[in-house]
Ligand binder design. Sequence first.
Ligand SMILES: Cc1ncc(COP(=O)(O)O)c(C=O)c1O
Length: 365
Amino acid sequence: MAKRIYLSPPWTGVRERALVSKAFDSGYIAPCGPMVDMFDSRLQALSGQHAAAVASGTAALDLIMAELGVGPRTTVIASTLTFIATVGPAVHRGAKTVFVDSDPDTGTVSIPLLEKALSNVRKPAVVIAADLYGQCCNYDALEAACARCGARLVLDAAESVGGSWKGTPAGLAGTAAIYSFNGNKIVTTSGGGAVLSRDPEIVKRARWRAQQAREPAAWYEHRETGYNYRMSNLLAAVGCAQLDRLEEIKRRKKRIFKFYCRLFGQSHIPALPFPCADPEGSTRWLSVFLFPSESVRDKVAARLAAANIECRPVWKPLHMQPTFAGCTVYGGQVAEDMFRRGLCLPSGAGLTQTSLSRIAKAIAG
Ligand SMILES: Cc1ncc(COP(=O)(O)O)c(C=O)c1O
């Protein structure tokens, strides 16, 4: 059997190894240290806002939910077409979740339906808008809608690190945002994430909560119960090295996306790229295509599986998940259709020409 081609494996090399070695030799084998501080500053430069590196994107969302006081009285309104972690921390705090369909032109949250939801839901309300597959939401429209309705806006930019919305860096909108550096993401630290905000106090408090909310005293003194969520110094070293290579990773991701566009453009399988309103700003973290029907999509997926090549359907909308049975959803049909016809194709920055040829051959059948 030919070697497995994965959907989005990390692309690491000598730079990562060198910085991990440096971190190791520094003796900071801990969730603090010079690499964590450096990674925070590098993330600040990338995102245009204050940043604190933490253990995962989910932990980052949890810290923001703590900051916003999300609890059983809060309604959290989220895009339905996203990974469950977008709402997981809010659910664990007892918030009521309401889901909103996708815009057919982007797959990200529909602004008219979001406004409808905002005008109906019990307050206080927090909107968590998820960027999708490297593409940012329409940040301007989101901010305007949340301001009109008096809701706080949180951006789940886990999937858009390095991307932008019409020139605005990923996550730079609303009250706060998160990044993810999970193993499959465009920048990986194996597991990791970041809390981001234009408000330095929010990030300062996130960093404090992430380190057990310790007060400045010689002994362990706590006014509040915190978390152990800060990023390890060793993993921050991987993150710094990855950021050094981010432009090259993006170039490669875009090349892979163009390869699929050409492939389907010339093929008897007329798949279309997943819709995108700002192609310049998308990192194409994953190359995603929509097929004419579910059965054609399944046929292509089966051909890839038979050739030991990983692919995956588009996110199953959250309102269709058994754990959210009976939830409130505004619309839903657009996301359901994208789930049925969409396929995420191998998009690793390290894909070789030989691997791409293998993928093309498998898809052709
Ligand atoms: C949209 C979205 N939100 C949140 C997360 C959670 O990030 P992490 O895996 O770093 O906890 C992910 C990815 O894993 C994601 O895709």
